[in-house]
Design a protein around this ligand. Sequence first.
Ligand code: CP
Length: 306
Amino acid sequence: MRSLIDIIDLSTGELDELIGVAMDIIEHPEKYSESCKGKKLATLFFEPSTRTRLSFEAAMYELGGNVLSVTGGATSSVAKGESVADTAKTVSCYADIIAMRHPKEGAALVAANNASIPVINAGDGGHCHPTQTLADLLTIYREKGHFDNLTVGFCGDLKFGRTVHSLINALSRYSGIRFVLISPEELKLPSYVKNETLKKYHLPYVQTTDLEGAMPSLDILYMTRVQRERFFNEEDYLRLRDTYILTPDKLRHAKDDLCIMHPLPRVNEISVSIDNDPRACYFKQVLNGKYMRMALILKLLKEAQV
Ligand code: CP
């Protein structure tokens, strides 16, 4: 049974295919309005979410399907000690596809190994968030028209930011990509991401603490929230949380066609005074996430039937 746990589960051809379907959905939504009639999506969210859960649910409704939902362990039998494996087996009896968010790395894989229906990882701890990457890719495609020869800056919490890890992997498949990794020393990109992606494929990258110094070279600036929920120590979080705050002043030397992204939720990382700047793309990412999740649901349900 095909599931989506990590962005590496999708080939470059499949990423292009999903973008193609999402673009067709945007142009011809009526063609897809009954594509999932009679099908049910179960959203199992054991960690907070606004965008991911609601966009999955909106995606399924717009495909003509229905949704079953568990939000927070407290309202399900997880509170009684039920395992992820048993939860996945149980939900397989009621639904056709699962989207699951869980605080533990690897939980989505456990669910996929035990479910008899496709499982989509909607975020597992600090590990991966592949459908955010799909939203990010569609946003870059719609803004830039291509993925090649872009200089992409990631700024903030590159250690715990699972969306960063997944997007680096996806973008590293395209030619001429360069990465600028902007973070405090304590929140640098983990070595395993560097070793398994950047070094393995000999991709050019620089690490810096200087956002303004990097700004003029960037085609994409991907801001991230410092992930309070992943810190062991509140003092460290408070010290690091406001290291980077993007303000209009810091964009003085940015390119006119810079694409400013953020997976959201935002806390302080981007001043609201930037929201009306034509380069601000973070709410476009939110909408693009729904289209890519529609394309993904269609693909996995179709493959499950074969
Ligand atoms: N980007 C993202 O995953 O947002 P939520 O946590 O609101 O789902």
